[in-house]
Structure formats: C-alpha cells, structure tokens
Design a protein. Structure first.
Length: 71
C-alpha cells in the first residue's frame, strides 16, 4: 500500500473537472492524471462538463464555417 492510498482523496471542484474533461477532449491526459481523476471526479460534474464543452465545440465549428463561407 503506498502513501497515496492511505490518504482520503478530496473531491475535485467543478473547475478542475472542466479542465480534466477539456484535456480529455484533446487527448492530452496522462495515465497518472486519469488514475487520480477516477478517484476524485464527481460523475455528475463530468457529464455536465462534457455536455457544456461539446456544445461550445459545436458553436465554435459553426462560427468558423460561417466566417469562412461568409454566411
């Protein structure tokens, strides 16, 4: 048992969850970060963050297409 296992994991804030989900969108999370997040992140926060970031992603794509096509 390592020293990290003996300490209770504190819950992540919504901002930390947004950063973790955002990094996941780009695929830049490491194995250690994933293991840490699995213990700390609130599943409801992950779902909400995923929906919010997906909507933002779609809106950015729509804005880029409109800017390029002049619509």
């Amino acid at each position: 048992m390592s020293e990290h296992d003996s300490q209770p994991a504190s819950k992540a804030s919504f901002g930390q969850t947004m950063r973790a989900v955002g990094a996941s969108f780009f695929g830049v999370r490491g194995r250690a970060a994933h293991a840490s997040d699995a213990r700390r992140l609130n599943p409801v926060h992950v779902i909400v963050a995923g929906i919010v970031l997906a909507i933002c992603f779609v809106l950015v794509l729509v804005a880029i297409v409109r800017a390029v096509t002049g619509a």
